[in-house]
Ligand binder design. Structure first.
Ligand code: UT7
Length: 320
């Protein structure tokens, strides 16, 4: 028995911000952003929080699956931008959906979060703990973005994606996860409650900081490495994979991974041109787009792979 994706959904906030608009805030231009990253625009959540957009994506995934919220056993939300230290974003989503039977908790693995959360659901199903779950990736990175830092602010966007999983004979086949905490400072964001209020110290404001080139080098090496390991351990060849649904950070990273795996670029769907890097949301957002466009046929083998702060990385092989 394994866990199978039986429905997907996604949501991006209404307000769209183009590269041109960003060039009025920081010293940048559309040409630099497009050629270095592949991003043209992104969506920013000006009036909705992480749990609201997560719940909206989840509602759409439930609708797609035909499974009522009351049948959900567990809700997992992968996010780096929950609105509160507690309760978790997952508990807020549970209340929004009325999924009253579900256990609910958040998972923190930055841009790899959705792949980590899928793996937790896979383990729950394999162990017979739960049968039906909602796995969500949702982030509002705009609230931890330093809008005066052109090295990061042009890259990210807000959004949410969700998948409903259910115990079945076919579905997730294997997964590989990894972390290297010694590289924790390459991409990080201080918690906003970092000050010690007891000593009357003002809390430090946390904004995301990143060594872009380090992350780039790590991604182009680690992602193909972990996909190769995933496929070798599963006895599946690269050319048997219908699509590689990768974390959407930079089209140059996708190009490089495709080359290293000796696979055509057409097998690597892209939507970062419209959404930027939406962190934990990027993989389920892209998966939902592929699903709704009718690109996925029953039995197709897919690889989902993410990488990000931690540093963390992970890949999942599944049959659609
Ligand atoms: O989800 C995981 C998180 N992050 C990532 O995956 C990011 C991975 N890294 C990257 O995607 C790339 O490293 C970036 C897109 C962040 C940067 O691209 P790069 O080709 O590595 O550029 P760079 O950092 O080497 O900067 C090249 C130049 C620098 O100017 P000088 O020193 O050559 O004069 C930068 O100051 O580009 C400058 N620059 C910009 N220019 C215009 C940096 N940001 C901008 C900008 N607009 N927004």
């Amino acid at each position: 028995m394994t866990a199978r994706i039986v429905g997907t959904g996604s949501y991006v906030p209404e307000q769209m911000v183009t590269n041109e608009e960003l060039s009025q805030i920081v010293e940048t231009n559309d040409e630099w952003i497009q050629t270095r990253t592949g991003i043209r625009s992104r969506h920013i959540a000006t009036d909705r929080g992480t749990s609201e957009i997560a719940a909206e994506a989840a509602r759409r995934a439930l609708e797609d699956s035909g499974i009522p919220a009351e049948e959900i056993d567990v809700i997992l939300v992968a996010t780096s931008t929950p609105e509160k230290h507690f309760p978790s974003c997952a508990c807020e989503v549970q209340a929004e959906l009325g999924a009253s039977r579900a256990a609910a908790f958040d998972i923190s693995a930055a841009c790899s979060g959705f792949v980590f959360a899928l793996n937790v659901m896979y383990a729950f199903v394999k162990a017979g703990v739960y049968r039906t779950g909602l796995v969500i990736g949702a982030d509002v990175l705009s609230k931890i973005t330093d809008w005066s830092d052109r090295g990061t602010c042009v890259l990210f966007g807000d959004g949410a994606g969700a998948a409903v999983l259910r115990a079945d004979e076919l579905g997730i086949r294997h997964s590989v996860l990894g972390a290297d905490g010694s590289k924790k400072d390459v991409l990080s964001c201080l918690s906003r409650s970092n000050g010690n209020v007891w000593m009357n110290k003002a809390p430090e404001m946390g904004y995301m900081t990143m060594d872009g080139q380090e992350v780039f080098k790590f991604a182009v090496k680690k992602v193909p490495e972990c996909i190769r390991q995933l496929l070798q351990e599963s006895g599946v060849r690269e050319d048997e994979i219908r699509y590689f649904i990768l974390h959407q950070a930079n089209v140059r990273i996708l190009d490089s991974v495709a080359k290293r795996l000796k696979q055509p670029l057409e097998k690597f769907p892209v939507n970062m041109d419209r959404y930027g890097n939406t962190s934990g949301a990027s993989i389920p957002l892209l998966l939902d787009e592929c699903n709704r466009k009718g690109m996925l046929q029953k039995g197709d083998k897919l690889v989902l792979a993410g990488f990000g702060a931690g540093l963390t990385w992970g890949a999942v092989l599944l049959e659609w």
